[in-house]
Design a protein around this ligand. Structure first.
Ligand code: AMO
Length: 445
């Protein structure tokens, strides 16, 4: 549209004629005069239509796409702007009733209906806000990682072998054989440390989860970093804390209105470093606080434990964030166990308000040890030739992390279900948002 003005810019055009374009958000037709609310990507504005202009829109449904020319005037109260329309053109008429209303303060529908009609429900201003903020997270993460000296690379998603454990991998046909969808960029980010020392990537990954819960999806976006020449994993924790602070500052500066729409106060950052507690100690604290015996076969927390220890961190450190350190030994094939505490591994999770946002470990960089470990775990080593070659020819001591974009978005808005923070979620009942015939979308705890 030539010489188009965006709704957010109207204050610069008071008294002048502008051309707007967007969707018919609402129409209140009083016969001689009609009030049409037009919406573009920057906001909404009321347009006043006379009889001649009403004729153009009166039989249309909401979400029709229009081009409206008119004069910008201040509303009687003086706190907003209105358009006295002189011309209305229809770019795309809508003749069918919308399946879910998107012009009320809230969408009055179950999450399943919201996802069923994603192309339309996304247009609701509160839904838009979630995904504008998500884009802001990605932007700020990338900028912050670059600022911290990390180089971005693209990680393959189609792999010759499972990238994490074999249990949750999706197999796909690959000509006469099989390929696997990446569960993480783990193998490749480690190889890249052998060249660029500090790398990051933002990538879709796939997990064949067996359960439908409010915090698991089958396709997610991981934001990963990997850092060479570290002496202890604390160096990674410091980077992560700084990156999280950068992301929050960016959101505060650029997405205030989006966050306010949801009354979403960002999770509370502590004054200094984020509280840190070993898993073993966390279990002891939980026992002390609840009076219940917490007997876990391995050093790990269940969702209820996570919520309890989050309360402790908030009370004691006034922080929504908490590091859990040193999970069970032999966590995966690439992680060092702790020499001083053989039942622990050099691993860490960043928890926010009782939900795991991020997880990472100090990697085994010694070729012989890694080779033996992979052999012992029964991995088919012929699929890991590149990985092993990198270590054979020198990888510095290193550690890294992976931050889940959807969980981060979910928690920032305080959403109950991770699907609300995902454009086109895949789960047991859906692929990329669309239902799989005959499958249920019901959730488990
Ligand atoms: P992990 O498997 O813990 O670690 O994943 C890292 C982060 O990714 C997110 N996440 C998920 N979010 C929603 N649904 C899922 N099914 C799901 N699976 C993972 C979480 C989690 O904290 N390679 C290691 C990381 C590393 O050591 O660098 C890994 O993938 O936010």
């Amino acid at each position: 549209v030539k010489n188009r003005t965006y709704i957010k810019e109207l204050s610069e055009h008071v008294g002048k004629e502008v051309t707007l374009a967007g969707w018919m958000h609402k129409l209140r037709n009083l016969g001689k005069v009609a009030f049409l609310v037009l919406r573009d990507k920057t906001g909404t504005v009321q347009c006043v239509l006379d009889a001649e202009r009403i004729d153009v829109v009166k039989d249309l449904q909401v979400e029709s796409v229009l081009k409206i020319t008119g004069q910008v005037v201040k509303t009687p109260k003086g706190d907003a702007y209105e358009i006295q329309a002189t011309n209305v053109e229809v770019i795309s008429p809508v003749n069918e009733m919308i399946p879910v209303e998107v012009n009320k303060d809230e969408i009055d529908a179950h999450i399943d209906t919201v996802i069923d009609h994603r192309p339309v429900t996304l247009r609701h201003p509160k839904q838009q806000a979630i995904f504008r903020v998500q884009a802001g997270i990605l932007h700020a993460f990338r900028n912050s990682m670059i600022k911290h000296g990390f180089m971005e690379y693209r990680s393959p998603v189609l792999m010759g072998a499972p990238s994490e454990s074999g249990a949750s991998v999706f197999e796909v046909n690959y000509y006469d054989g099989k390929a696997y969808l990446a569960q993480s960029p783990q193998v490749y980010k480690q190889i890249m440390v052998g060249v660029f020392e500090k790398v990051f990537t933002i990538t879709p990954v796939f997990r064949a989860e067996k359960h439908n819960t409010t915090r698991h999806l089958m396709e997610i976006t991981q934001m990963d970093g990997e850092m060479g020449f570290i002496e202890s994993y604390e160096e990674v924790l410091e980077v992560v804390e700084s990156v999280v602070r950068d992301i929050f500052s960016y959101l505060e500066e650029n997405h205030k209105t989006d966050l306010e729409l949801w009354d979403a106060g960002l999770p509370k950052l502590p004054e200094g470093e984020f509280p840190r507690v070993k898993v073993k100690e966390a279990l002891r604290i939980i026992e002390e606080r609840t009076g219940k015996t917490v007997q876990r076969p391995e050093l790990d927390l269940d969702p209820e434990d996570e919520r309890e220890i989050a309360k402790w961190a908030l009370e004691k450190y006034n922080s929504d964030f908490l590091w859990l350190l040193n999970f069970k030994k032999d966590k995966n094939f690439y992680t060092w166990n702790d020499k001083e505490n053989p039942d622990e591994s050099l691993s860490y999770d960043l928890e926010c308000r009782g939900l795991e946002w991020l997880s990472g470990t100090h990697r085994i960089h010694n070729y012989e040890i890694l080779f033996q470990r992979m052999k012992d775990q029964g991995l088919s080593l012929e699929h890991y030739e590149h990985y092993l070659e990198a270590f054979k020819y020198g990888i510095p001591s290193e550690a890294g992390f992976s931050l889940g974009l959807e969980r981060m978005t979910q928690q920032i808005f305080g959403l109950k279900n991770i699907r609300e923070a995902t454009l086109f979620p895949s789960d047991l009942g859906r692929i990329a948002g669309q239902r799989i015939t005959g499958k249920s979308t019901d959730l488990e705890e």
